[in-house]
Design a protein around this ligand. Structure first.
Ligand code: C2E
Ligand code: MG
Ligand code: MG
Length: 735
């Protein structure tokens, strides 16, 4: 079944369907994911930008706030009065230092006198030596200078900041710490104390940027992880805002972990998205698998239907239409070498079916197909053409190899087919037409192989015949011959009976003879019975011919000193309800006891155990006529059937086995088995076609009863046979 399976290809489906669909789905998923990523990034960067703006605003506000803090003590009449008074140093410390630290968390406070020299310093709420001012001077001095100049100019405080006095602020360093530094003049709040512009005491407030400044700022402004670093952060997930001094130098960076709402959302929905993708992929994979399974099933179904359409159900061999297709292909192929069409036919299958049933017939056909295919393997395409017909297309082999193939096929059918416990001998005939020699067109080759097959059958079945020109002509003449035979049988002109003596094996005594019909055609001369008997059978002329041979043979036998005379009977005759009456009349008219008449029937006749045929056989045996099974081993008779009570009296082993019994091992074994079984059943055996002393010797040794063949005597006319019989008969001494 495999050779014509137009199998559905899973690989093709995978490459051309599954993979593109998978890639498309994957691309869509990737696209969706990238879009999501882009959205997340857009949302995140918008959010980060807003946070940067907020940090910038906070940083801006810081400057104003620190100045405001300062003004709570610098715009104060008491402070203006207390500062020049060394006695009030503690008051100054408490109100302009400690208070700012405790209340506004200022990290340091400094006060410089009108000559810009420090008179007060406090860090972390503790008064220290004013000389510490040196550690902030670099950052503070420009502010101090700028503020004094402003004061001198009499610049008003910026109105938008709601300040009471002008001020100056910048980012710088105090004691090495990055810090926001704010300078404010200590002025009279009421304006009642006169101060020379530019000669005010100045208060310097410091908020260090490292330490807890930013964490606290973060808490107030609800920003995550706000911190300060002098180094710009390298981590991409951190946001930063540079703190620039007034002269543009970078003091450090405000760093925070920005809130990224997109990423947050993405993280929270990531498992859901992953789940959706996984489900989508699973669904696509599942659908593809289902699709694949369906395709596969329908592909197999299609292949099965295709197979059934092109094959014979019984043998699983290609059928007739497939045979024609393949033959046409071979013949149309210009590269095709020589070859042959073999037409094979099972002998008498119809009769076997009628006798043994169609199941047994089917088993025979199946085994026949198997054997032919086995022999022809690698050499020819085997097909079942019809009920009992097989066809072979052999390519690339010459005439000799084709003959050898035919011989091998015929040899394969010498061994019986086992039907349960019952081996069946099956005969097969082969007709051969070679191409291109006999034709290059299929119908022509078929016709010629058919002609050759008929020839093989006419030659006695169980053989092969190859078409030749003479055969073609002969077939054309078949119709003519039938007409001529009809004419001959009117008065039996040209029809005669020859006799072939049969000898007892043990002492080679002539004990019987077989009557064989002969026809001498007025134009074509002697025509073989193998040729005219089938014509007589197909035209129903066999009844008249058979009755004539029977009567002539009975007449001759009645005169001869023989145990018996054998007469061949066709199945057509046996099916005739009047046959027994014909036999009776011949015996009575010619005066031959029924026991001395032996009717030879073919195996196919014998297996046709229903109807008239069987009834006739039973009746014939009842009146004492013996029944011999002719050509045993070429038809369908089985060992099992030999046990039948109706049975037979004699088996005539076919010449095809006998010929090989001199040397061929297989044939010897078959002949021995037939003889052994027949003896066990009390059935006598005659070997036909004994041509060599070796065969005769072997057959005698294994217990075959009688021998018939060219080795001893050929079929001969009445008078010659009579002389031979007389010569072999013991002298009858007259009394
Ligand atoms: P058969 O009944 O098997 O007859 C034996 C055939 O084998 C005869 O062929 C005979 O000449 C041939 N034969 C005998 N010994 C040898 C041998 O040693 N070598 C070879 N090669 N052949 C040998 P024949 O006479 O040509 O008859 C052929 C067949 O025609 C017969 O086979 C029989 O089936 C049929 N036939 C002949 N006469 C009649 C008849 O009157 N009625 C019917 N129904 N069939 C007949
Ligand atoms: Mg015979
Ligand atoms: Mg025979």
């Amino acid at each position: 079944m495999t050779n014509d399976l137009r199998a559905y290809s899973g690989r093709r489906f995978f490459l051309l369907t599954a993979l593109p669909i998978f890639f498309t789905v994957a691309a869509l998923c990737l696209g969706a994911y990238l879009f999501l990523q882009w959205s997340v990034r857009t949302i995140d960067s918008a959010s980060v930008a807003r946070q940067e703006e907020r940090v910038a605003a906070v940083m801006g506000r810081l400057r104003t706030e620190i100045a405001h803090d300062q003004e709570s003590v610098t715009a104060w009449d008491d402070a203006v009065v207390a500062l020049p008074d060394p006695e009030r140093a503690d008051w100054v410390d408490l109100n302009l230092g400690i208070w700012l630290h405790d209340y506004f968390s200022h990290d340091a406070s400094y006060i410089v006198a009108p000559d810009d020299e420090p008179i007060y310093a406090a860090i972390d709420g503790r008064r220290i030596s004013p000389s510490h001012y040196e550690l902030i001077r670099a950052s503070a001095a420009p502010l101090v200078g700028r503020l004094r100049a402003e004061m001198k100019r009499g610049s008003p405080a910026a109105s938008d900041t709601k300040m009471l006095s002008p001020g100056a602020s910048d980012f710088g360093f105090d004691h090495g710490h990055p810090a926001l530094i704010s300078v404010k003049p200590i002025v009279s709040y009421t304006g009642k104390i006169f101060q020379t512009p530019g000669s005010e005491y100045l208060h310097i407030a410091v908020r260090r940027l490292d330490g807890d400044f930013f964490p606290r700022l973060a808490a107030i402004n609800r920003v995550d992880d706000l911190s300060f670093s002098t180094i710009r952060p390298a981590l991409p997930e951190l946001a930063f805002y540079p703190i620039l001094a007034n002269d543009g130098t970078t003091i450090g960076y405000v760093i925070w972990r920005p809130f990224r709402p997109g990423t947050e959302v993405l993280h929270s929905i990531a498992p859901v998205i992953a789940g959706i993708f996984a489900a989508l992929f699973s669904a696509v994979a599942g659908a593809l698998l289902l699709w694949h399974a369906r395709n596969r099933a329908s592909g197999l179904q299609e292949a099965r239907i295709h197979h059934l359409v092109h094959h014979d159900v019984l043998t699983d061999l290609p059928n007739r239409s497939e045979f024609h297709t393949r033959l046409d292909q071979v013949l149309a192929d210009p590269t095709s070498q020589e070859g042959a069409l073999l037409y094979l036919d099972l002998d008498h299958l119809k009769a076997f079916n009628a006798g043994r049933g169609h199941r047994a017939g089917d088993a025979v056909v199946r085994e026949t197909g198997r054997r032919i295919a086995e022999v022809a393997a690698n050499r020819a395409t085997v097909c079942r053409l019809d009920g009992d017909e097989f066809g072979l297309i052999a390519t690339g082999i010459g005439a000799a190899a084709i003959d050898a193939l035919c011989d091998e096929i015929l040899a394969a059918f010498r061994a019986p087919i086992a039907l349960g416990d019952d081996p069946v001998f099956v005969g097969i005939s082969i007709g051969v037409a070679r191409f291109p020699e006999h034709g290059v067109e299929s119908s022509e080759l078929f016709r010629k192989a058919d002609v050759a097959l008929h020839q093989a059958k006419d030659d006695g079945r169980g053989r092969a015949a190859t078409f030749n020109a003479a055969l073609g002509e002969m077939l054309l003449k078949r119709a003519e011959l039938e007409q001529d035979l009809r004419v001959a049988l009117r008065d039996f002109s040209g029809i005669s009976v020859h006799y072939q003596p049969i000898f007892r094996a043990t002492d080679r005594k002539l004990v019987a003879a077989e009557a064989l019909a002969r026809w001498q055609h007025p134009v074509h001369g002697w025509i073989s019975p193998a040729r005219f008997i089938p014509i007589a059978e197909s035209s129903n002329l066999i009844k008249r011919l058979g009755a004539h041979v029977l009567r002539v043979a009975c007449r001759a036998a009645a005169e001869w000193q023989l145990d018996s005379i054998a007469v061949n009977v066709s199945v057509i005759q046996l099916r005739d309800p009047a046959f027994v009456a014909t036999v009776r009349a011949a015996l009575e008219d010619e005066g031959l006891p029924p026991e001395r008449l032996e009717l030879e029937i073919t195996e196919s006749t014998w297996v046709e155990d229903t109807g008239q045929c069987a009834a006739n056989l039973v009746e014939l045996r009842e009146i004492g006529v013996c029944i011999a099974l002719d050509d045993f081993g070429t038809g369908y008779s089985t060992f099992g059937r030999l046990q039948d009570s109706r049975g037979v009296d004699r088996i005539k082993i076919d010449q095809s086995f006998v010929k090989g019994s001199g040397e061929a091992k297989g044939d010897k074994a078959i002949v021995r088995a037939i003889v052994d079984l027949a003896r066990a059943k009390g059935i006598r055996t005659t070997a036909e076609g004994v041509e060599t002393p070796e065969s005769a010797e072997f057959l005698t040794r294994i217990g075959c009863d009688e021998l018939q063949g060219y080795l001893f005597a050929r079929p001969m006319p009445h008078d010659e046979a009579a002389a031979m019989i007389r010569a072999s008969a013991p002298m009858v001494i007259p009394e």
